[in-house]
Design a protein around this ligand. Structure first.
Ligand code: FAD
Length: 283
């Protein structure tokens, strides 16, 4: 089912993000995770795409499996920066044949050896435009409450986000963030730029501080000092408890403020997402 239709009929969605396991032995972890999280009736689940990597076929395979074997509503992530129109056409064909309704249209991170003059798609808005002209997909796009790392200003960031919505993006899923004020300020900027697409908040609890510090550095997000000092030096168990409690409190505040969706970056594990959801009053 199209996510745009779901969002028309529902005040708030819950969704889970998975990545396609590279190794066969990790597939069982994902099966277990889906088995447990499907009981939370997600409105959709999404499957990430490795820009230029070896897991692209796996992304398509898992998107189809999740629909056919679990009867869940999948959204496939699709990056364009290393793609050609021809390669995108082939993927669109497969998705149409598999009755897949949803695509998250992304640029992807720029490979270091990229030859600019060979690119058929330079920015995500061009992929959105291309997909919109090709078929009947509901299209999501990425948004950055703290700004994309390549953007010079937050205002410029939102102006470019608007080009993705104007090209046919139906909804926005945000990069993870740990301070809700960034999210609320982001919504205010969107309103100022007359962007009316629903915004789903990307949620990821901190279960491993040093790993998360590296990740936020890469994606231009930040960890509040008060939170990192609470987590510093803690055992794995204590860190899990603090990370999950913090994310649950974050979600509660977002719900109180009428967030249109909570999108959980699960990393293919169920525990933390399950514990957060069990803490929330989602009715
Ligand atoms: P764009 O919207 O094209 O923006 C990229 C940069 O270019 C921004 O700084 C933007 O402001 C700027 N820009 C946009 N248009 C113009 C223009 N016309 N002129 C000048 N500058 C412009 N990556 C993966 O590889 N696989 C995934 O599965 C994946 N899933 C993701 C899911 C979510 C929810 C999010 C938030 C990110 C995901 N990413 C994924 C990461 C994403 O690919 C990177 O953040 C990437 O660097 C930017 O992608 P984008 O679609 O936001 O690009």
């Amino acid at each position: 089912m199209k996510i745009s239709e779901i969002l028309k009929n529902k005040n708030r969605t819950v969704s889970f993000e998975f990545f396609p396991p590279k190794k066969i032995e990790n597939e069982q972890t994902l099966f277990n995770t889906i088995d447990i999280l499907k009981d939370y009736n997600p409105d959709f689940v999404s499957i990430t795409y490795g820009a230029g990597g070896s897991t692209q076929d796996k992304t398509i395979e898992w998107t189809l499996r999740i629909k056919n074997e679990y009867s869940l509503n999948p959204m496939m992530h699709l990056t364009c920066v290393t793609s050609t129109k021809n390669s995108i056409d082939k993927i669109i064909d497969t998705l149409k044949k598999g009755n897949i309704d949803n695509i998250l249209a992304l640029r992807g991170d720029l490979p270091q050896d990229l030859k600019d003059n060979k690119m058929e798609f330079k920015y995500a808005y061009q992929l959105v435009e291309y997909l919109k002209n090709k078929g009947e997909f509901s299209i999501g796009v990425a948004g950055y409450p703290e700004g994309h790392p390549e953007s010079k200003t937050l205002e410029e960031d939102v102006e470019y986000l608007k080009t993705k919505i104007d090209a046919g993006g139906d909804f926005i899923i945000t990069q993870l963030f740990f301070d809700n004020n960034y999210f609320f300020d982001f919504l205010n900027r969107l309103e100022k730029h007359n962007i009316k697409a629903p915004v789903l908040a990307g949620i990821m609890p901190i279960l491993n501080l040093s790993q998360m510090k590296r990740f936020v550095d890469m994606c231009g997000a930040s960890i509040p000092k008060s939170l990192s000092s609470k987590l510093e030096g803690k055992s794995k168990e204590d860190m899990y408890k603090i990370g999950v409690e913090y994310a649950a409190a974050q979600c509660s505040e977002l719900i109180e403020n009428n967030v249109r969706g909570l999108h959980f970056y699960t990393l293919n594990k169920y525990n933390a997402t399950k514990d957060i959801l069990d803490n929330l009053n989602l009715n």
